[in-house]
Ligand binder design. Structure first.
Ligand SMILES: *Cc1c(COP(=O)(O)O)cnc(C)c1O
Length: 371
């Protein structure tokens, strides 16, 4: 027997979600964003599972790209933030990476570097996110300087990021898109603009390339779900078991600080999962969990290795009962990571990327190709 907490990763669901991103944007190529260990799902396993579908991958830094290369992934890989030091350029060249550039110093470094073959470059424009990228004042000059160096750089694309593509209120999104369309026309540039919410909800933003991330993992980033986002399948199921049961009278506090107090005679299930595994300690009383496929809720603060759930209404639940913290239970019942995130005052991205290495990942697939 070992600790029952595991993260099951459904690679077939990953492929389903990637195909959905493709189908929504039939005239675009879709990068599969694998940064942050594929949002906690395991970058290498996800890259292998998508290798025959995705024309290219994207990561946040050269270390993430290098790890994929070392394990035999030879598709193009885009560095979404480019390089952090000019000294990375030889490695970018030898690993065959594509790089974003967002700052003047990166352009200077690229133009000072003499590669054997030109390096594909995506020029990042700040169209309103105000995080990375060249301003409207600078973009044309930067673009021209890069265009004038075909021995150093090639395949220039205009890249930008949306701040509000997930929101129901469309005005700021449209302002960003209008500006980008104007510049794409002026520069005669192929674009890469759409993240997951834009891929799902804003076909007018789809470019030569899109950059879906979170949707590949089955979380719905939209403030208002649509038919496409409803057809995403969860890739990760975080599952555990009840390891102990407490039968308590009314008025008994449960867990650290006694935050939750039994309102009546209660049965409390103790689950092997805690913040030391990455389950969010901000989870409030009432955060949903599935016990043998039935809804129950968190009762009391999350501990490092354990959490407590109220199973008073589930007389069949006891030691050994299946617990689904998010994902899909064996019965077919679903608990979305998005719903859990709302009870933790956060977003699915932090729960998924925050799952710690001590939780074993178990991969499965039901298609007939080698992973
Ligand atoms: C992470 C990231 C994405 C993917 O965003 P999702 O919301 O996960 O789809 C796209 N573009 C850039 C630049 C990113 O950093």
């Amino acid at each position: 027997m070992s600790r029952p907490l595991i993260a099951e990763i459904d690679l077939d669901a990953l492929r389903h979600n990637y195909r959905l991103a493709q189908a929504l944007a039939p005239h675009s190529q879709s990068l599969a964003v694998l940064k942050a260990n594929a949002y906690g799902h395991g970058a290498l396993a996800c890259a292998r599972a998508l290798d025959d579908l995705a024309p290219a991958f994207a990561v946040a830094c050269i270390e993430e790209a290098q790890a994929l290369r070392q394990d035999g992934i030879d598709k193009p890989i885009v560095l979404l933030e480019g390089f952090f030091q000019a000294e990375e350029l030889p490695l970018i060249e030898s690993l065959g990476l594509w790089t974003a550039v967002h700052s003047e110093w990166q352009v200077e470094a690229l133009l000072a570097y003499r590669p054997r073959r030109p390096i594909p470059v995506w020029v990042k424009m700040d169209s309103g996110m105000h995080r990375l990228g060249f301003s409207e004042q600078n973009i044309e000059g930067i673009w021209q300087r890069l265009l004038d160096a075909p021995d150093r750089v090639c395949d220039l694309h205009l890249m930008s990021h949306f701040a509000t593509a997930d929101a129901l209120e469309p005005r700021y999104f449209h302002r960003q898109l209008q500006l980008l369309n104007d510049w794409a026309t002026a520069l005669n540039a192929p674009t890469c603009l759409a993240n997951s919410p834009a891929t799902l909800a804003w076909p007018e933003s789809h470019g030569a390339w899109n950059r879906p991330g979170i949707m590949l993992y089955g979380s719905d980033p939209l403030e208002g779900a649509n038919d496409a986002s409803r057809s995403l399948r969860p890739v990760m199921t975080l599952r555990s078991e009840i390891i102990a049961v407490q039968e308590l009278g009314p008025g008994e506090p449960v867990g650290y600080g006694g935050r939750w107090i039994t309102p009546a005679p209660s049965r409390i299930g103790v689950v092997a999962a805690g913040y030391g595994d990455g389950y969010d300690r901000h989870a409030r009383d009432g955060t949903p969990v599935l016990i043998d496929g039935q809804r129950s809720m968190l009762a009391g603060k999350v501990s490092m290795d354990m959490l407590t759930v109220d199973i008073t209404a589930l007389p069949d639940a006891g030691i050994g009962s299946r617990v689904t913290l998010w994902g899909q239970d064996a019965s077919g019942a679903m608990l979305s990571v998005d719903e859990v995130a709302r009870h933790c005052d956060t977003i699915s991205y932090t729960l998924l990327t925050g799952l710690l290495p001590r939780v074993p990942r178990h991969y499965f697939k039901d298609w007939n190709e080698a992973v």
